[in-house]
Design a protein around this ligand. Structure first.
Ligand code: PEP
Ligand code: MG
Length: 580
């Protein structure tokens, strides 16, 4: 049994067989074989070694003839590893003694081998890990044939283990039998994490080397409550987790019964609970979880599809579908927030030097006015059919806001000239996500119709910690007193100015911060649909007076640790049964 600690991004517990996805998507169909088949598996492995060596020798000959000795030497090391008697014996022993299938034994031993290289301090040796992966894949191909499977073809539920997933792969999980995910990389609010969160199943990320520690077929527990991944658990652990899993399912079912109850505090204050969505189909999930509207539609995900760039018509259809699905409830559409960790298919490989501080969000839109205007036209057209609000991301100056509004007027003129119906009067707001905008909140309040606080970015820029980098994720803590104070100041400025203010960062969906946010005056929370029931439960148990007291006290602490332990204690008084 092996226990790994990471960052939890989805709720609950998943138990299942691992599917390890590497760049070539090999999937190991079974972990062990019947005793009678052991000899056959040993032979399969030996043939795979011979086959792999044969391939490499042929490639070496070709390289020698065509590109010279230096190029031909590339595979000498691969051949050496494959001929290594100790390695072969190790794999054969696993097959013999544990009745592992040839593929599973190969993958287990080769991953152990990769891990040894990962731990080396010499960067040249760390580079060798790629070679080892290459050898593993070659062997697997020789054992399994070309039967690679993508996730869409899973025939039974499984837990997915991977180094990383692209937003596109993550978005497709909903159509598969995957029940939980564990990844090597990622921070709590990276965009892959956000999509995993919307998917609503247990995921733990930032685990560093989980994809080399586990092999396809291993039994694995994803414990998103305690941020753990447990590989090959012993019987006692497995039974305990099975019990917790069914408890969790029961709690989730209880929460769903709150769907149609009003979100109102014990002392009668209404609180709006809205959803964050990335794709139109999530509007239906939002309603199922009791959302009163969409507080954040992250439209850039429409731009990240492998099918390429969406036309004005594609976008119009997507916005319209969302607006219609919400049946008259408000829908806040954010213009695309590309750049940083979200690249279009064409720009996927041209990363900037410092992308979080680079050409992202509104800057990217203003630098690509044609694309920006196309999107604005599509939004203006869809807005005819519902209560749409428009919002621009990551503003750092009023000049940007004015420029964006000018582009909006240009888009309106285009539609006017073409005689296409559109909505002229729609509220236009900003996401407050930079310290600069927080400091200038009063000035922004004079020009915008509403503000939505994006704490995922605001925190990363306040504390100078990349939100997607697992190496520094321990410093990325929403309990930081500087963030709490900034939020209290922004709320108070908006209240004074009479500006509508909501919060749509991940914090809004975390029960730990609900009392604090309520206490500083927030009345509009936007979050992943899966979080709505629990936040509603908490709101219905709280009073505004109590929340104000909690917020006042939370603002007196000097460190994140004090804040967290205080908020946890206060939240547990209301939700003693829930994992906080
Ligand atoms: C945020 O930054 O808090 C936010 C909601 O936007 P995103 O996570 O899409 O950057
Ligand atoms: Mg943001």
């Amino acid at each position: 049994m092996e226990i790994l600690r990471g960052i939890a991004v989805g709720p609950g517990i998943a138990i299942g067989e691992a599917v390890v996805l590497d760049a070539e998507d090999f999937r190991i169909p079974c972990r062990s074989v019947a005793r009678a088949a052991v000899e056959q598996e040993r032979e399969k492995f030996q043939q795979a070694v011979e086959g792999s060596i044969g391939e490499l020798e042929r490639q070496t000959q070709w390289l020698l003839g065509n590109l010279g000795r230096e190029a031909a030497n590339v595979f000498a090391w691969h051949i050496g590893v494959l001929k290594d008697a100790k390695l072969q014996q190790g794999i054969l022993r696993h097959i013999q003694e544990k009745a592992y299938s040839a593929a599973y034994a190969t993958s287990t031993v080769m991953r152990e081998y990769q891990r040894r290289f990962l731990q080396m301090s010499d960067p040249l040796l760390v580079e060798r890990i790629r070679d080892v992966r290459d050898i593993e894949r070659r062997l697997l191909r020789n054992i399994l044939g070309d039967t690679r499977e993508d996730l869409a073809h899973l025939t039974k539920p499984a837990v997915l283990i991977a180094h990383d997933l692209t937003p596109t792969q993550t978005a497709q999980l909903a159509d598969t039998l995957v029940t939980g995910v564990a990844l090597d990389v990622g921070g709590a609010t990276s965009h892959t994490a956000i999509l995993l969160h919307s998917w609503g199943r247990p995921s733990v990320i930032g685990l560093n080397d989980v994809s080399t520690r586990l092999s396809g077929g291993d039994t694995v527990i994803i414990d998103a409550v305690n941020q753990l991944v447990i590989a090959n658990p012993d019987e006692t652990t497995l039974n305990e987790y099975r019990r917790q899993e069914s408890n969790y399912t029961r709690l989730a079912a209880e929460l769903d019964t709150l769907r149609d109850l009003p979100s109102i505090t014990r002392d009668g204050e209404s609180v709006h609970l809205l959803s964050n969505v990335e794709f139109p189909h999530e509007a239906r999930t939002s309603l199922a979880k009791g959302a009163e509207g969409v507080g954040l539609f992250r439209t850039e995900f429409l731009f990240l599809q492998p099918s390429g760039f969406p036309s004005e018509e594609d976008q119009y259809r997507a916005y319209l579908e969302t607006v219609r699905a919400m049946q008259g409830r408000p829908v806040t559409i954010r213009t695309f927030d590309l750049g940083a960790d979200k690249y279009t298919q064409e720009k996927r490989y041209e990363h900037e030097r410092n992308p979080m501080l680079g050409l992202r969000s509104i800057r990217y839109s203003l630098a690509n006015v044609g694309m920006f205007k196309t999107q604005l036209r599509a939004i203006l057209r869809a807005a005819v059919e519902g209560e749409v609000r428009l919002m621009f991301p990551l503003l750092m100056s009023l000049m940007e806001f004015r420029q964006a509004k000018m582009t909006l007027h240009d888009a309106m003129e285009d539609l006017e000239e073409a005689g296409i119906p559109y909505r002229r009067e729609l509220p236009v707001g900003i996401m407050l996500e930079t310290p600069a905008a927080a400091i200038q909140v009063k000035e922004f309040c004079r020009e915008v119709d509403f503000i939505s606080i994006g704490t995922n970015d605001l925190l990363q820029y306040l504390v100078a910690v990349d939100r997607g980098n697992e190496e520094v994720s321990r410093f990325y803590d929403p309990s930081h007193p500087a963030l709490l104070r900034t939020l209290a100041d922004v709320m108070s400025a908006c209240t004074k100015a009479g500006r509508d203010c909501s919060l749509c960062g991940e914090m809004a969906g975390s029960p730990l911060y609900a009392l604090f946010l309520l206490g500083i005056g927030l009345r509009s929370f936007s979050m992943a649909p899966a979080n709505i029931p629990e936040i509603k439960k908490l709101i219905r148990l709280a009073t505004v007076a109590q929340a104000r007291r909690v917020a006042r006290r939370a603002l007196t602490f000097e460190t994140e640790r004090q804040v967290t332990s205080y908020l946890r204690e206060e939240t547990r008084k209301l939700l003693p049964e829930d994992p906080i």
